[in-house]
Design a protein around this ligand. Structure first.
Ligand SMILES: NC(=O)c1ccc[n+]([C@@H]2O[C@H](COP(=O)([O-])OP(=O)(O)OC[C@H]3O[C@@H](n4cnc5c(N)ncnc54)[C@H](OP(=O)(O)O)[C@@H]3O)[C@@H](O)[C@H]2O)c1
Length: 347
């Protein structure tokens, strides 16, 4: 477990280190919730950063943009308005970033929403929440890899459900058959870890972090319960109005989740398999390197499956078998095929 005091020490050490200057970061899903908390912390502690913020409405994000500009007058914060559940839009946004930047240091992703609705297809034929939790995020990473490779200490963070991987239907990764929210969420979670492990083999200078944030008071659960169908609607509303307020009292605040988000993006606890330079994040006494998802001959693969307290999750019951069967390779190939199908539909 990493205590919040150590997280704060690390974030302060990041600010005081020579490494907080001139970072380029891409935030996807930071107009609210955990991403927003992390963006605010990043703006507070980074020196003269260049930050790209992806969201659907610049108007809605105006107060947030004003706030971070005040907290970091030397920073450049560029809001790009885009519906990133479409792969075509992810490509356009990444082209824009690539045209302007020589490197990207941090890609922090938390877009999405939870819903009991049945499959909600985009014009590209993907279920929108499933795209946001997996296909969009991986597409950002894939497109930005050339820029990440130019960073001395590149890092990718996906806030989803690291450590909660479960058995998935590898013949239906896009969840086209017998769709349920739970099946889609499980697929996205397991695919994220397997795809990260696959990417880490090819790009060992990048750290890949897949975190389960625990229960963070962002309103996400209230919005999920509001979508409960049929007879489930009434117990869900009871839970929403009677039980949830008590759970909210013990949940993590957005600010604290943001402090942990900055820690993930900057701490030496999460080095890549092959760091490019001696600096692979901010070191703080008492905060050791986390266990990678795969360790061979004492060397980690630079992929981290994290619990809410930023401790590495216990090994999953399914991942060892999937690794033996090379399911990660299949997932990665199928991910690219799904992107191709989506892009064909929007061509
Ligand atoms: N909060 C928790 O307790 C919790 C627990 C476990 C897992 N998680 C996971 O962690 C991630 C972040 O959670 P959060 O609670 O911080 O999320 P959140 O605040 O509800 O939403 C994050 C972002 O998702 C974007 N978004 C929502 N609907 C979208 C759509 N249809 N198209 C494009 N973008 C959309 C929003 O950006 P725009 O509206 O600006 O586009 C928003 O900034 C999610 O994947 C969530 O499932 C959260």
């Amino acid at each position: 477990m990493v205590r919040i005091n150590d997280v704060r020490k690390s974030n302060l050490a990041f600010k005081l280190s020579g490494h907080a200057e001139g970072l380029v970061a891409v935030f996807v899903g930071a107009t609210s919730g955990i991403g927003m908390g992390t963006l605010k912390q990043f703006a507070k502690y980074a020196k003269a950063p260049k930050v790209y913020i992806l969201g659907r409405s610049k108007k809605a994000a105006a107060p947030l943009l004003d706030e971070i500009k005040v907290s970091n007058p030397e920073g450049t914060f560029e809001f790009i308005e885009s519906e990133v559940s479409l792969m075509r839009n992810v490509d356009l946004v990444c082209d824009q970033i690539k045209a302007n930047e020589k490197k990207v240091d941090i890609v922090f992703m938390s877009p999405g929403y939870l819903s009991f609705d049945s499959r909600v297809e985009s014009v590209e034929g993907m279920d929108i929440p499933h795209a946001l939790r997996y296909y969009t995020r991986l597409r950002f990473i894939y497109n930005l890899i050339p820029l990440l490779l130019e960073s001395p200490n590149p890092r990718v963070v996906s806030i989803l459900a690291g450590g909660q991987e479960s058995a998935i239907d590898i013949n239906d990764l896009e969840v086209r058959n017998n769709f349920t929210f739970f099946k889609a969420a499980a697929n996205g979670t397991t695919q994220t870890t397997l795809a990260f492990e696959e990417l880490a083999k090819s790009y060992p200078s990048i750290s890949f972090i897949h975190k389960y944030p625990g229960f963070v008071n962002t309103g996400v659960i209230a919005r999920l319960l509001a979508t409960a169908p049929g007879l489930f609607y009434y117990p869900a509303q009871l839970a929403r109005w009677v039980v949830l307020p008590f759970i909210n009292l013990i949940s993590t605040s957005v600010d604290e989740a943001g402090e942990r988000g900055l820690f993930l993006a900057t701490s030496a606890r999460f080095p890549p398999a092959k760091p490019k330079t001696e600096f692979a994040g901010v070191e703080v006494q008492g905060v050791p390197v986390a266990a990678s998802s795969v360790v061979k001959d004492g060397k980690g693969n630079g992929v981290y499956r994290l619990n809410a307290d930023d401790e590495s999750a216990a090994e999953s019951p399914v991942l060892p078998g999937y690794r033996l069967d090379d399911v990660g390779k299949t997932v990665w190939e199928e991910t690219q095929a799904a992107w191709d199908r989506a892009l064909e539909r929007s061509a």
